[in-house]
Design a protein around this ligand. Structure first.
Ligand code: MN
Length: 427
């Protein structure tokens, strides 16, 4: 498979520093975006640490999902070992051609596929508003402007382990893959993104145009974009042409790099892993983590069930009642210095352990004494809306407190990319 890749990252119009990061490793056939979070530049450390860990693991031959799990440990351990980095975390959305084209995904950065002019979102956000949309409590339109839309429910570095979405892809010639941080999607509607993707053929130019559009729409957040065009889904395998990674769009050279058609000799590096061409089929749905086992049917089973029906009903009702009781309430606690909302009973009840509902952006250290005690004592709330309201109050209190202190801006960047165009062979 041959690709052409363009990428760009930008601080945006509002934020003092860029906590996003991106990775284009042509030799490994690996691209990724990461959106870091955490105070005092910790977000930059989180995103850079995660991408470097993924690259290192992939270089050792680790599969993408495991490489992302490894990155989770790397960020978690670094956060635990340094008080300045406590509570840091990062999203990651990565694509590789190793072991079949696939995405690995955690958080609210996104991957999209433009195929035959139609744009499709391939990833599902691990965010509070996405959960509310799924539960039918918000419309997608309401979610797009919800004040708490940046609260994510899954990230690297927050807990010792993380669940990674794995999404296999079958790409065909002409496909255009977009990986981006939420600084793009929170500023532009999908329709507007699709228009830009359809209009501009060169990946480097379209990456810059998307960043310009997000900045024109306000640039509220750091913006990162990687565009991957499938130039040829047949053999020879694995030409990757990364084009540019820049911090400021105006810094990019005007003309696109020459589109010299690589020869077959160019395309086969010494020791390159020659994989067979992937058949041209449509994109498969994500691997579902909570896939239900196949239904068991059969007369024998039915007869046993019928005889045992009264007992089963009694036991079932007791379990259901216990479960209802165990998960009636919500409470707050702390993980890695960050306030976390749980559903359930602190410590669990008869095997029904509490489930983490979401991780807030609030650091325990930033709270007043009374609020900190509430977190320590696992203050309990009778409903989701009550705990959401309480968290909202904490966020507002912290925002008010921090807005009165001056913050220093940082423009230091950790880029994993060569800035110059190169042509390299991937798997
Ligand atoms: Mn962001």
């Amino acid at each position: 498979m041959r690709f052409e890749i363009g990428s760009a990252t930008d601080v945006g119009q509002v934020r003092p520093g860029n906590e996003d990061d991106l990775l284009v490793d042509d030799a490994l056939g690996l691209i990724a975006v990461a959106d870091g979070m955490g105070g005092h530049q910790a977000g930059e450390v989180a995103s850079a640490t995660a991408l470097e860990a993924i690259r290192a693991a992939a270089a050792r031959g680790t599969a993408l999902t495991e490489a992302i799990e490894y990155a989770n440990s790397a960020v978690f351990d670094k956060a635990a070992g340094d008080p300045d980095l406590r509570g840091m975390g990062t999203t990651v959305t990565a694509f590789t051609t190793r072991n079949g084209a696939q995405l690995g995904h955690v958080g609210d950065s996104r991957a999209y596929l433009l195929r035959a002019g139609e744009l499709e979102q391939l990833t599902t956000d691990h965010s509070l508003v996405e959960e509310l949309v799924r539960e039918g409590r918000l419309t997608p339109e309401e979610a797009a402007v919800h004040p708490r839309r940046s609260v994510i429910t899954r990230a690297l570095g927050i807990e010792p382990t993380v669940q990674v979405d794995r999404i296999p892809l079958d790409l065909v010639t002409g496909d255009r893959l977009l990986l981006c941080s939420d600084g793009l999607t929170s500023m532009l509607r999908d329709d507007d993104i699709a228009k830009v993707l359809r209009r501009i053929p060169e990946p480097a130019r379209v990456a810059r145009a998307l960043i310009d559009a997000a900045n024109a729409a306000g640039g509220d957040d750091n913006i990162t974009v990687i565009i991957l065009d499938v130039v040829d889904d047949e053999l020879p395998p694995g030409i990757v042409t990364p084009v540019a990674a820049v911090d400021h769009p105006e810094g990019i050279p005007e003309e696109a790099p020459p589109e010299a058609a690589p020869t077959v000799a160019d395309s086969i590096a010494p020791g390159a892993d020659i994989t067979q061409a992937v058949p041209a089929v449509s994109v498969r749905p994500p691997d579902v983590e909570d896939e239900r086992p196949p239904r068991r049917t059969g007369r024998t089973l039915g007869r046993i069930a019928l005889a045992a029906l009264p007992i089963i009903v009694v036991i079932g009702l007791a379990v259901a009642a216990t479960r209802w009781y165990a998960y009636r309430d919500y409470y707050i606690g702390a993980v890695n210095g960050r306030v976390v909302v749980y559903n359930g009973t602190p410590g669990g009840l008869l095997g029904f352990n509490p489930e983490r509902t979401y991780v807030t952006s609030v650091h325990v250290d930033d709270l007043s004494g009374a609020d900190r005690n509430d977190v320590r004592d696992n203050r309990t709330f009778a409903s989701r809306s009550e705990v959401d309201a309480f968290v909202g109050r904490l966020e507002d209190a912290v925002a008010t407190a921090t807005s009165t202190t001056t913050s220093t801006s940082s423009t230091s960047t950790t880029t994993l990319l060569p800035g110059a165009p190169t042509t390299i062979v991937g798997p």
